[in-house]
Design a protein around this ligand. Structure first.
Ligand SMILES: Cc1cc2nc3c(=O)[nH]c(=O)nc-3n(C[C@H](O)[C@H](O)[C@H](O)COP(=O)(O)OP(=O)(O)OC[C@H]3O[C@@H](n4cnc5c(N)ncnc54)[C@H](O)[C@@H]3O)c2cc1C
Length: 519
């Protein structure tokens, strides 16, 4: 018999999954299950525990808008505080009984006969639900570099996203591959401990100063005064908007990117003494083509006598170290700061997904390019909604509720299986890359696996995201709370429902069906 065990299954218990679950409970839904392959909540902050891990936007912005904490120890809180915040949200909003850990979803198939989703897990279980909210994140699956001989390394190899806390670095020769956001945080932390550190850099990162300060007790107390949280949030959010999305989105009209580049170059001059090393650390692409980083001690680490910056391409990893064209760099420990699979096949989502008539999402995306209605739903995958899908990632986590709102509201409002209307597409203007000065290579990297026009993280402002999420609000008779409802991915509400607190008519949506061959 075709049973449906749960109304809704949320895959992923990071902040997206937690936010979605909170929103569902607020909308009166209790029959949902949150599954995660980890043994704890927090997603990114559960998995990433390397030395120095911290947020790289101010904590006042990196938190739920509806649950603003005043206990951050610094403006840029360390990862363990984010993990603790996730745990506290789970307890505060009563989500713990809804969570099942150590459950890795490997496939989700839509059963058209029963209008249900069937999820298979690596542990051999089968879960069924009317709706699936995919909150599997984008920086989830560590990416290993494709370097010849890497498996022959006889020392210890560790990826930053799976740090081994038994690893002793004191007195060791350490090689770090990669100079992205995680490397910027880990390198200054470990450099004073190790005997020698060799950093292998392919592309220098734009590194900007970080307005970070400890928040002593009086400052935390001040946050609790009336208006304290709102004011800090406002200041923090303005900073985030100006440094990330506005700089990228309006680089032609606003001088923010140019100011950022000048600031980055001045920071580099102040921090690095040796002109040759400084030249190696100078980016040759515009700020915004690649996610910049923020650190007050990363660049200065290259002044240390025990740190070498190697920019020659790696030719192979041997049993005893890392070889470039002309030099062998001996190493006892190899740290892979090589990031994550992002737009690659197997990561969005992290499991096989088959919709109506066995339609394969990966294949559909390969053939039709990465796209989703408001980043949330795709035709042929009824009652399946992804958070942080293509075209939906707001770079700063300004309003976490704005990020989860479209998906949760779809699930909260939709009735039985409701395929998205054929031929729709968001009216958002597609854009490639984020800066006029991006090299073609950087632009292709920015714009996703098919290098097709895609609205990338850095080109969507959180304000725009909030605007998209603002829709007529519907309330079923007797429902505990109000939910928002994007009208195009769910049926019109039943006649007996009443409209409540309608704020503004949605602007007419533009369709581009013919342009993208959907008809
Ligand atoms: C080191 C680091 C620092 C960061 N710093 C910032 C920052 O300062 N500011 C910012 O805006 N963003 C930052 N990010 C991006 C960060 O990923 C997001 O801000 C946010 O945490 C994403 O939340 P999420 O819930 O969508 O995904 P995640 O936090 O990645 O959670 C997804 C969860 O789903 C689980 N999962 C995935 N697939 C499956 C499956 N098939 N079955 C079961 N479970 C599954 C994963 O194990 C994970 O627990 C950072 C990322 C990293 C890695």
């Amino acid at each position: 018999m075709s049973t449906i065990e749960h109304e809704i299954i949320i895959v992923g218990a990071g902040f997206s999954g937690i936010g979605a679950a909170i929103a569902l409970r607020e909308a009166g839904f209790e029959d949902f299950l949150l599954v995660d392959d980890a043994d704890g909540v927090g997603g990114t902050w559960h998995w990433n525990t390397y030395p120095g891990v911290a947020v790289d936007i101010p904590s006042f912005s990196y938190q739920f808008s509806f649950d603003q904490r005043t206990e951050w120890s610094r403006v840029y809180a360390p990862g363990r505080e984010l993990k603790a915040y996730a745990e506290s949200c789970v307890d505060k909003y009563g989500l713990r009984p809804h969570i099942r850990f150590a459950t890795t979803v490997v496939a989700a198939d839509f059963d058209s006969d029963a209008d249900r989703w069937v999820l298979r897990t690596a542990e051999g279980a089968e879960l069924t639900a009317r709706f699936v909210l995919s909150a599997t994140g984008v920086l989830t699956r560590p990416k290993l570099p494709d370097i010849p001989g890497i498996e022959t390394f006889a020392g210890t190899t560790v990826h930053t996203a799976r740090w081994d806390h038994d690893l002793e670095l004191r007195g060791k020769r350490v090689a770090v591959i990669g100079t992205g956001a995680s490397a910027v945080q880990v390198i200054p932390e470990i450099a004073p401990q190790v005997e020698h550190l060799t950093v292998f850099q392919r592309t220098p990162i734009w590194c900007l100063p970080r307005p970070d300060l400890p928040l002593p007790a009086p400052a935390r107390l001040a946050l609790r005064l009336p208006g304290g949280r709102t004011l800090t949030r406002l200041i923090s959010q303005t900073y985030v908007e100006v440094t990330f999305p506005l700089a990228a989105h309006y680089h032609r009209s606003l001088p923010t990117a140019a100011i950022g580049e000048r600031t980055g170059l001045a920071h580099l001059r102040r921090q690095v003494k040796d002109p040759a090393v400084r030249a190696k650390l100078t980016p040759n692409y515009a700020l915004g083509c690649k996610r910049p980083s923020f650190s007050n001690d990363y660049l200065a680490t290259y002044n240390r006598a025990n740190v070498t910056l190697e920019t020659a391409p790696i030719t192979e990893v041997t049993a005893t170290g890392v070889r470039t064209s002309d030099t062998e760099h001996p190493a006892d420990v190899l740290i892979l700061a090589t990031g994550f699979k992002v737009m690659e096949s197997g990561n969005m989502p992290t499991y096989d997904l088959h919709g109506v008539d066995g339609l394969d999402l990966e294949k559909w995306w390969d053939e039709n390019r990465l796209q989703a209605y408001e980043g949330v739903s795709v035709p042929g995958f009824p009652n399946y909604f992804s958070i942080m899908g293509p075209t939906a990632t707001t770079a700063p986590r300004t309003s976490r509720s704005s990020r989860t709102r479209p998906a949760t509201s779809c699930a909260a409002c939709a009735g039985p299986a409701t395929p998205a209307p054929p031929g729709w597409r968001s009216g958002a203007r597609p854009t490639t890359g984020s800066s006029a000065k991006c090299s073609p290579g950087a632009t292709a990297r920015c714009s996703g696996r098919t290098a097709a026009p895609t609205r990338t993280a850095t080109t969507s402002t959180s304000t725009a995201m909030c605007r998209c999420a603002r829709r007529p609000r519907w309330k079923p008779p007797g429902a505990a709370a109000i939910s928002t409802c994007p009208t195009t991915c769910s049926p019109p509400p039943p006649a007996s429902w009443r409209t409540v607190r309608r704020r503004r008519r949605p602007r007419p949506r533009r369709y581009h069906a013919r342009e993208y061959g959907y008809s």
